[in-house]
Ligand binder design. Structure first.
Ligand code: 3HC
Length: 335
């Protein structure tokens, strides 16, 4: 989480100038296809900066899915009913699957899974700030579904139209599953709010109080402080700006909070007739950058858990490789 793994930081925002006439022609063809809204595929010629930007974003996204299993995993053994436990297990399993699709999509760009995981485990790669907050109560599992997965869907549906085909196609399936994740969280909270005790309602409100602002921050820094947005939008990787998506999310949550009967912890949240959107309070960007920089409530714990899982799984990887080598030897002997 501490620095950027894919060495695009510090480079100018403009794409690098093509080196030769041939490259210039390739670049022009690429730009024309982007302008026409065509998908770019793995075997096509890609500008280097486009490739690096995609590897950066897709690998960060994959890491987020992997690390995102940890906060909820904390509640698997303490889920209140068998039904909730089964739903939670299925959801966590989905997150692992999302990570795998995304690592595969990034691999089509010429980076290996080992390189990406090494960047995560050594603290060079980023993952979503949201997963560095603790899950203190069962209500947090519902709130993560409602707010965190809700924010993820808002951000990720436009990625189904991302200009890079393998990423866009992975996102179609991921978004379908994220939609189930959001609904199960909302449902879990609704049951507690409508059929629960006063203590359960208070637990939900406390959870929403803690997760609201970190969820609003998930969309990334404000547009005028987002170094990657201009080129990512020019290339059709991002279809909407960070602030546009954040605003859509806030607008949607206001009505959902009314249905749930919870207060969103922002006294400045109010409908602005002129803008046809909700105004909101000041976001604590110092907190955001602290968490992104590795100093959030759970950064060290999350990274240590991922490294331990990797180390504990070494024998499985070794056994799989030994088995594959043995099979290959048998096939050679038969041939
Ligand atoms: N957490 C950590 N880092 C963040 C961040 C966040 N919430 N938001 C932005 N950043 C980082 C960026 O990665 C970038 O750092 P880098 O240049 O070193 O890579 C820096 O802050 C500046 O931000 P930009 O706005 O310039 O960066 P982007 O243009 O890449 O936009 C983004 C950030 C909107 C998160 C974009 O990368 C994106 O849409 N990514 C794909 C979706 C994704 O990764 N979501 C993460 C959550 S996944 C999830 O929630 C799983 C689900 O199951 C719940």
């Amino acid at each position: 989480m501490y620095t950027q793994a894919m060495d695009t930081m510090g480079k100018p925002l403009q794409a690098a100038a093509p080196a030769s006439a041939q490259e210039e022609a390739l670049q022009q063809r690429f730009d024309t296809r982007i302008d026409a809204g065509e998908f770019i595929e793995a075997k096509d010629w890609l500008p280097d900066h486009y490739r690096k930007t995609l590897v950066r974003q897709i690998s960060q996204h994959a890491h987020s899915e992997y690390v995102g299993m940890l906060p909820e995993g904390n509640w698997v053994t303490r889920a209140p009913t068998l039904k909730r436990k089964a739903i939670l297990l299925a959801k966590i399993q989905d997150e692992a699957g999302h990570g795998l699709y995304l690592y595969s999509a990034a691999e089509t760009l010429g980076t290996s899974r080992d390189q990406m995981l090494d960047a995560l485990h050594s603290g060079r790669a980023k993952y979503s700030s949201i997963f560095n907050y603790p899950t203190l109560s069962w209500a947090d599992v519902g709130t993560i579904g409602w707010l965190v997965d809700g924010a993820a869907i808002m951000n990720q549906v436009p990625l189904c139209r991302c200009s890079y085909g393998p990423y866009a196609r992975a996102m179609v399936r991921i978004c379908r599953e994220e939609s189930f994740h959001q609904r199960q969280g909302f449902d879990a909270l609704l049951v507690m709010m409508q059929q629960g005790t006063d203590a359960q309602r208070a637990m939900v409100q406390d959870s929403v109080n803690r997760w609201w602002w970190p969820s609003v921050m998930m969309f990334g820094p404000p547009d005028d402080q987002s170094p990657n947005s201009a080129l990512s939008m020019r290339w059709g990787i991002k279809r909407n700006s960070n602030d546009e998506l954040r605003q859509k999310f806030i607008d949607a949550c206001v009505d959902q909070a009314k249905v749930l009967g919870v207060q969103l912890p922002d006294p400045d949240l109010k409908w602005n007739e002129e803008r046809q959107h909700h105004d909101h309070g000041v976001i604590d960007w110092d907190e955001f950058w602290r968490v992104v920089g590795g100093d959030g409530p759970c950064n060290r714990e999350r990274l240590a858990a991922r490294v331990k899982a990797w180390d504990d799984g070494a024998w499985v990887r070794e056994a799989a490789l030994a088995h594959a080598a043995k099979e290959a030897g048998r096939e050679r002997a038969v041939a």
